[in-house]
Design a protein around this ligand. Sequence first.
Ligand SMILES: [Zn+2]
Length: 299
Amino acid sequence: MDLKQLTAHTYHLRAGSNAGLLLDGKRALLVDTGLDRDAARRILKHVAALQVELAAVLITHAHADHFGGAAELKRRTGAPVLAPAFEAAVVENPALEPVYLFAGAQPPAELEDKFILAQPCAVDGLLQPGRQELHGFPVEIIPAPGHAHNQVMVAAPQEGVCFAADAFFPPEVLDKYGVPFYVEIDQTLATLASLPALPYGLYVQGHGDAYDRGGLEQVLDYNITRIEAIREQVHTALATPCDDSQALQRVADAMGLRIQRPAIYYLTRTTIHACLNSLRRAGRAELSLEENRLLWRAV
Ligand SMILES: [Zn+2]
């Protein structure tokens, strides 16, 4: 995990899944924790090298790669862990993630690796939107739903830095996954549209670089274009009525994706569901039960 200084008092901890640090004298706020115990240990090495103590750990959203290190961090430092409502329920009960991916049933082992099932961590308080002081640090908590139900971004107004987590993805991540994970398409697009109006100069991504305002506009366009293309591909798939698995197959085929693992299949299926619901709300798709099949068709 590499430590990159962003401004006088903020740092980006770069790994497969990034974290952020906001410093004030001898204390620090940590934003996200990386994937697991190892990530937590690497974060603590950097924290020790900076000669600060963790005042609190803020979780942007309850995906294993963003909160999987929380339990270890809390055990080793005693720092309180804060998360938005809804996400906090998953941080405390990580089994909810594989369970919701498997439509509420007890999931198969393929959905229980550390990328989906994290270590549980007790949450000490809920993050509420707005400008506020948290453990002595001035911050703004900004709602950014869409990739996760109640994801937030954490901004440091005095530093001009917004830790944006997975509110948007770098182009290389979008290209790698083809169909990234979204639970709500309209909210995702609204979140992306809201970013340019924020007063911050630097937008720190959960799986890539920090973007200045010039770079941000470009990367937001890339995200919006990709999401709209996926949703259009789903709409095209419904030209012949089909169920959700057929819609997924048609979209993956059309986009040249070859899904290799059951976990990726279920993650992709969630995004397909999000697109189906978005199309339905827009009056562009409808669903009906026919011969025990739930069929979606384009309108
Ligand atoms: Zn995520």
